[in-house]
Every structure is written in structure tokens, then in C-alpha cells.
Design a protein around this ligand. Structure first.
Ligand SMILES: Cc1cc2nc3c(=O)[nH]c(=O)nc-3n(C[C@H](O)[C@H](O)[C@H](O)COP(=O)(O)OP(=O)(O)OC[C@H]3O[C@@H](n4cnc5c(N)ncnc54)[C@H](O)[C@@H]3O)c2cc1C
Ligand code: SF4
Length: 320
């Protein structure tokens, strides 16, 4: 690990000023410290953002709930109000890593975490994501990679919370220079769809302040499949949300994780489900439509039936 300086920020403005061009925010450190040990991230200054006031609170509200960026994944998992209002989010949190990781990992860090592609994580490999000219996974070991991508990097988004928050139509509030930007989850990751070097749309000293979840009386659910039951990322994950009015679905959203650089959705799926009664047949139709444009690689075709089964089960769980 390269030597670095360390400073604690006391306000968001102070954090951005300290980070400057060569600094980097550190929250729980689960992702960042791993990158630093491999010399993949080499900040001159680590800016501790855990003391920023007010960012460690979960605030209920009649119209929206506000979750500060420094709220721990374990706090989300265990919060009774969140469990009742937004089960997709608490279910997604419960699947993150292991209890030790969830006790340290923060919401902001989970959303901003970097690629887990094994080529990217290897210090001596200079792939497209690091500014090189080759994606080694495309014709190499691509078992864990994307089924959909808008660019030449096939590394998928691995944040569980992003998938659930996408289904819940959350807004991410980001301090960018002197402005407060309000982004949908789609916007938070849009750059990773187009640009092989990006993990998300955040610039180097953009600071996530909070996430807001609208209270829409929706049901929601989340499921994932991993190789191991603990201490592992999803091979594929799915979050769904919908209102059920008179037995019919309304405003449904279905989002897939670990299959694309962004939490993956297809607008036509919402249209297909609108006003229909939930049934196994309808859930299968939705799954087929969502996976229609999948382009599997040599080693990840198994993700297509896996993701279809997850979509069907996640949707059926909404009606349970
Ligand atoms: C074995 C293992 C298994 C895991 N399994 C899963 C899993 O199944 N699902 C899953 O979702 N994750 C998984 N993770 C990843 C883990 O959840 C993330 O590393 C963690 O959530 C990152 O949060 P942190 O607070 O530790 O972030 P840090 O490591 O502190 O930061 C991560 C990145 O986010 C940036 N950052 C942090 N906070 C902010 C902010 N407020 N604004 C802007 N940028 C910010 C940092 O600069 C850094 O670039 C796993 C990790 C391990 C080690
Ligand atoms: S998938 Fe992306 S991160 Fe992995 S080797 Fe290819 S360019 Fe690099």
C-alpha cells in the first residue's frame, strides 16, 4: 500500500475541499482499502467522512424516508420500520457479504463500490477499466460478468442496495461542487453503461449525502442467488415493487443486478404488468421480456435461466 495522509472532514464542503484532486473519501473502507492494498487506488489523502453531521440517521416521513449516506448496511437490515415499508431494501441489505462486513459498510460506500471483475482487481492487469485497450474478460474468464452492456467493459454492478433502491424509485442526493444534484438510481449508474472506465456517474469528489425513498404504499421484494450463502456477491439478483389495487398490479418495477453495469430494467416490463393480475404465467412473460436482449458470453449463459427464475420468484413474492 502506498503511504497516504489521513484527515477527518467535519462538513461536506470541508470533505470536498480536502479530497481535491488526489484525495479519496473513506467510509467503512471495505472496498477502498482492498483497492489500495492492491495499488489499484493510490490516493495521497484519505478523507474520513464518517464524522459528517446527520449522515448516519434513518429519518421516517409521511412522503419519503431519508437515509444518510453513512447509515450502516446492518442498520438498514435490522430497522423495523424499513422492514415494514420497504422489505426489498432490508432483504437486499441482509444479503450483503457477512455480518462483519454489514456492520462496517455504509450505504454511500455500497452504492459507490467499484468493480469486482477479477482482472480489474489484479494489480498487474491493465484492462479497459483502468485505461488500457483490452477487456480480458470478454474472451477470458467471464463467468461472473454481464449479460447486457452499452460499452466494451462487461463488469456488472454488484451493489445489492442499488438494485433494491432502483425498484423503490429512490433518489440519491449528491453534493457536486456547490450544487445539490438529485439523481435517480438510473442516473447514478448511467455513465457506467456508456463508459468502460466508469463504475458509476460520480466524479471524484462528488459526495453522496443521502438517499430518499418515496412512500408509495407499494409492496416490494428482493431475491438473489450466490455461490456461497455468506461472504459472497450475487450471481444475479432481482428486486421488484408494485402497488396491488383490487388484485391488479400498478406502477410495477422489476430490476436485475449483477447482469449489467447498471441496475437493469426494461420499461416495457412495467407496461406488460400494468393492470394485470399477478400469476405464474404473467411472471414468466415478464421474465422473458426482461431477459430478451441478453447476450451471454462463453461462461455466463447460466445467468439467463437463473435471472428468469429470480424474476418469476421475486414477482410472485409480491403477492404472497
Ligand atoms: C467478501 C465480501 C463480500 C461482499 N458481498 C457483497 C454483496 O453481496 N453485495 C454488496 O452489495 N456488496 C458486497 N460487498 C461489498 C461491500 O458491501 C462494500 O465494499 C461496502 O458496502 C462498501 O461500503 P464502505 O462504507 O465500506 O465503502 P468504502 O470502502 O469506504 O468506500 C467505497 C467507495 O465509495 C466511495 N464512497 C464512500 N462513501 C461515499 C459517499 N458518501 N459519497 C461518495 N463516495 C463515497 C469511496 O471513496 C470508495 O471509492 C462485499 C464485500 C466483501 C469484502
Ligand atoms: S470486464 Fe471491465 S473490468 Fe473486467 S477486464 Fe473487462 S474491462 Fe476490465
Amino acid at each position: 500500500m502506498k503511504a497516504f495522509q489521513y484527515a477527518t472532514a467535519l462538513t461536506p464542503a470541508n470533505a470536498r475541499e480536502l479530497a481535491g484532486d488526489r484525495g479519496c473519501y473513506i467510509a467503512g473502507g471495505n472496498d477502498l482499502l482492498g483497492l489500495m492494498k492492491e495499488y489499484i487506488a493510490e490516493p495521497d489523502l484519505l478523507v474520513n467522512i464518517k464524522s459528517l453531521p446527520g449522515l448516519n440517521r434513518i429519518t421516517p416521513g409521511a412522503e419519503r424516508w431519508i437515509l444518510g449516506a453513512n447509515v450502516k448496511v446492518a442498520e438498514i437490515e435490522a430497522h423495523p420500520g424499513l422492514k415494514q415499508k420497504f422489505p426489498a431494501l432490508t432483504e437486499a441489505a441482509a444479503e450483503v457479504g457477512s455480518p462483519q462486513i454489514r456492520n462496517v459498510a455504509t450505504l454511500g460506500g455500497n452504492l459507490a463500490q467499484h468493480s469486482r471483475c477479477w482482472y480489474f482487481r489484479q494489480r498487474d492487469v491493465f484492462c479497459l477499466k483502468k485505461g488500457g485497450d483490452t477487456c480480458f474478460a470478454r474472451n477470458g474468464e467471464n463467468k461472473y460478468h454481464s449479460l447486457f452492456t452499452g460499452n466494451t467493459c462487461i463488469s456488472p454492478v454488484v451493489s445489492n442496495l442499488a438494485v433494491a433502491l432502483g425498484a423503490l424509485e429512490a433518489t440519491v442526493v449528491v453534493q457536486r461542487e456547490d450544487e445539490l444534484a438529485r439523481w435517480s438510481i438510473d442516473e447514478l449508474y448511467a455513465k457506467a453503461w456508456d463508459n468502460p472506465t466508469a463504475h458509476h456517474s460520480l466524479a471524484s469528489n462528488d459526495l453522496i449525502l443521502q438517499v430518499e425513498i418515496p412512500v408509495a404504499e407499494r409492496r416490494s421484494s428482493y431475491l438473489q442467488t450466490s455461490e456461497k450463502s455468506q461472504f459472497d456477491w450475487a450471481l444475479a439478483s432481482c428486486a421488484a415493487s408494485a402497488k396491488i389495487i383490487g388484485g391488479k398490479l400498478a406502477a410495477a418495477r422489476v430490476v436485475l443486478g449483477a447482469v449489467s453495469p447498471v441496475p437493469y430494467q426494461v420499461k416495457a416490463v412495467g407496461k406488460l404488468l400494468e393492470g394485470r393480475e399477478l400469476s405464474a404465467g404473467l411472471a414468466e412473460e415478464a421474465a422473458d421480456l426482461l431477459l430478451k436482449k441478453a447476450t451471454p458470453l462463453e461462461h455466463n449463459a447460466y445467468k439467463v435461466p437463473l435471472a428468469k427464475a429470480l424474476v418469476q420468484r421475486t414477482l410472485m413474492k409480491l403477492g404472497a
